[in-house]
Design a protein around this ligand. Structure first.
Ligand code: 5GP
Length: 361
């Protein structure tokens, strides 16, 4: 486990509000309870529980939606989430979040994303690199992400943002998010995600926005196959986004199509087992895709909600499927190539992995 923590890692699928620490969630829920906005007792047990069921996760998402109507809370959560990922040697983090519009609270999608960016800029004890991109590869060497292992240099983490379209949204709202992503391109926004309750909404509703993003050259990642919705899985594969999340419920024919497409898949083991997308860890489709040499990256999805960490996901792959340290290292290293950041960042990340390899990791 310690080795998995020391390994530099790349996180490509992490929902901001699903990654909140339980302790923060408890504190914020208590404040809302004291103000009479929620009944604290209704949420307390779910927050403190290990191994939450799907309905319990949905209940927590309802709580997130209440919490994130406040800009300062959004900023605080972002700051903590980035710090937590950096603490376990995540060297590149693509965090995704759904911009929220709440007129009554004076929040627009833009002000929500600004609150997130404010959080990124104020991360403590960590060098969070946001929207540089003119870094020379050798600059990373003076400040390696394994700061703690080397001495007392600060850990360094590259952070980029993906804006999520929630499946409950209308076509117009989805288009707003795509246009916002375009406007905020130079502030660290590198792509669009489609997520939210997989049994809600129709593919046709989001398609115009996703096509608009494609026309604008904005990379897209799509949650695919969390439920066996044949029509949508086929439409998503046909659409051919830059990456896919989960890819759980694909039938043989769809899997064949996926494999020939070489679209990288963001694998979320713990999340899939907890929400029923995969029957068990042992029977997770990771093994099939891995042995087919399909491009993959291990991810947490919602580290707070599912009580996991990226190091733990690597550990689970080793303990369940018997991957060696060298294979885990390659898995982490390969994920750099699927990041949506520009080439300069990727060059710097490649150096980070070479450096780690040189140190015998
Ligand atoms: P946020 O976008 O508010 O930062 O993060 C929480 C949101 O991410 C949830 O409300 C939900 O829309 C989405 N989300 C988190 N985990 C999952 C998941 O496993 N599957 C899907 N489809 N959506 C998710």
């Amino acid at each position: 486990r310690e080795w998995c923590v020391a390994l530099p890692k790349v996180e490509l699928h992490a929902h901001l509000n699903g990654s909140v620490r339980d302790s923060t969630l408890l504190e914020l829920a208590k404040q809302l309870g004291d103000r009479g906005d929620i009944v604290f007792e209704d949420f307390k047990d779910v927050i403190m529980k290990n191994g939450r069921s799907l309905p319990e996760c949905t209940k927590l998402f309802d709580l997130f939606h209440i919490l994130t109507t406040d800009h300062d809370t959004v900023t605080r959560i972002t700051k903590e989430v980035v710090g937590d990922f950096a603490a376990e040697n995540v060297v590149y983090l693509e965090i995704r979040t759904t911009p929220k519009n709440n007129e009554a609270k004076g929040m627009t999608k833009r002000s929500y994303v600004n609150a997130v960016i404010k959080g990124l800029k104020t991360v403590e004890d960590v060098d969070a690199v946001l929207f540089d991109s003119n870094l020379r590869p050798d600059e990373t060497l003076s400040c390696t992400p394994q700061g703690d292992l080397d001495g007392d240099t600060k850990k360094k983490i590259y952070v980029r943002l993906l804006l999520s379209i929630d499946r409950r949204e209308t076509t117009l709202a989805a288009l707003d998010t795509v246009n916002l992503a375009m406007e905020m391109k130079d502030q660290g926004v590198v792509g669009i995600d489609l997520s939210g309750n997989p049994v809600v909404g129709e593919w046709e509703t989001y398609l115009p926005a996703l096509e608009h993003a494609k026309e604008l050259g904005i990379p897209i990642t799509i949650h695919c196959g969390e439920v066996p919705n044949r029509k949508e899985i086929q439409a998503v594969l046909e659409f051919c986004p830059q990456r896919l999340g989960h890819a759980c419920c694909l039938n043989d024919e769809e899997l064949k199509k996926l494999k020939s497409s070489m679209i990288p898949v963001e694998i979320c083991l713990t999340s899939n087992v907890m929400t029923g997308g995969a029957p068990s860890l042992e029977l997770h489709h990771f093994a099939d895709l891995y042995h087919a040499k399909h491009p993959l990256s291990l991810c947490t999805d919602d580290s707070g909600l599912f009580a996991t960490s990226l190091s733990n996901e690597y550990y689970l792959v080793a303990s369940t499927f018997g991957l060696s340290k060298a294979e885990l290292f390659r898995l982490a290293q390969n994920a750099v190539e699927f990041a949506l950041a520009d080439d300069n960042v990727k060059k710097s990340l490649r150096v980070v992995f070479e450096h780690a390899a040189g140190k015998g990791l």
